[in-house]
Design a protein around this ligand. Structure first.
Ligand SMILES: Nc1ncnc2c1ncn2[C@@H]1O[C@H](COP(=O)(O)OP(=O)(O)O)[C@@H](O)[C@H]1O
Ligand SMILES: CC(=O)N[C@@H](CCC(=O)OP(=O)(O)O)C(=O)O
Length: 298
């Protein structure tokens, strides 16, 4: 479609403004966690896929780790299977694990792969089981209720944490210009599947790949204070205080913990941003208008 001269000039100006950012980030790895809550509608999903394709074309290595909590919840409900969360983690019995694997490894993963490919990228979908990409161990959750004499372990079933990431497989894909799209399912020593919170997987992949950025796309405008203000530039101590007084709870707990851990373990910056804003990823990378909460090493 031909543009009028004024619009064409604007496009040229915008592209030119992106140059310093492209120079800064080309050759760098950016891990993007695409949360199930940020997959609100087709338009948003499409704009996310276009952003990822554009990043790859200007020499950035995007790695997508996706969630799908609401999508798992929907199918569980249709199947009349009850689901509970402890500390932001889904209690996962064997039946629930089957549903998690179907929804994350099948439905959600392939949808994202297809979208990226339909916009001209080359995406390949994997779960942590492919080439032992994500080795997992059972996650132990402690009940520290003051009513107990001593903390007790709560068994939340087939829920895992990341034991290791097979960096070579990711590098092999990115070297071949492929965009890896990873579903957060880990494999145990005995070959069993583990349901892992997608933020945890994204954080560990970012650490293992020594990523420049970890971007966590969610459905809020950032980490918020009690007064509902978006907070940025937080220290580990401030974050712990906010957890203790209950300001940070639910799904934000694993998110903020892995954002902190990532910057403490070699990732330059972590960002918790609003995935409901169209082109949120581009705004974060190619402008100074980064939206949301920034967590950096210093
Ligand atoms: N202090 C906080 N600031 C912002 N969101 C918070 C906070 N504490 C809890 N939350 C909740 O965390 C949710 C984001 O986590 P989650 O639902 O797991 O999203 P995602 O699917 O993107 O991982 C928000 O929608 C919000 O309800
Ligand atoms: C253990 C655990 O809670 N796993 C998550 C995995 C998906 C996920 O993390 O999805 P979002 O990022 O969309 O929340 C779950 O079962 O919902």
């Amino acid at each position: 479609m031909a543009l009028d001269r004024e619009t064409a000039m604007q496009v040229a100006a915008v592209l030119s403004k992106g140059l310093p950012y492209i120079q800064r980030f080309t050759g760098k790895t950016v891990v993007i966690k695409y949360g199930g809550n940020a997959m609100e509608n087709e338009e948003l999903k499409s704009s996310f896929a276009r952003d990822v394709v554009l990043m790859k074309l200007v020499g950035i290595n995007p790695i997508v780790v996706h969630g799908g909590g609401p999508q798992i919840g929907e199918l569980l409900e249709r199947l009349n299977i009850k689901s509970n969360f402890v500390n932001g983690m889904r209690v996962t019995d064997s039946q629930t694990m089957d549903v998690v694997e179907m929804v994350l490894g099948g439905q959600v993963n392939k949808q994202i792969v297809s979208l990226i490919n339909s916009h001209g990228g080359t995406a390949v979908g994997l779960t942590g089981k492919d080439a032992n990409l994500i080795r997992a161990r059972k996650l132990e959750v402690m009940n520290r209720s003051p009513e107990l004499e001593r903390p007790e372990i709560i068994d939340i079933g087939h829920v895992g944490e990341v034991a290791s990431v097979n960096v070579e497989v990711i590098e092999m894909l990115t070297r071949s210009n492929v965009i890896p799209v990873i579903a957060p399912i880990g494999v145990g020593p005995d070959g069993a599947s583990y349901n892992i919170n997608a933020d945890l997987v994204a954080g560990k992949v970012a650490e293992a790949m020594k990523a420049e950025k970890l971007i966590l796309l969610t459905n809020v405008s950032g980490l918020k204070s009690k007064e509902d203000k978006v907070l940025t530039g937080l220290t580990a101590k401030q974050v712990n205080d906010l957890i203790e007084d209950g300001t940070i709870h639910g799904g934000m707990l694993p998110k903020i913990r892995c954002a902190l851990s990532a910057v403490e373990n070699g990732v330059r910056t972590s960002h918790i941003i609003d995935g409901r804003v169209a082109h949120a990823t581009l705004l974060e990378i190619f402008t100074d208008e980064g939206v949301g909460t920034l967590i950096s090493r210093n």
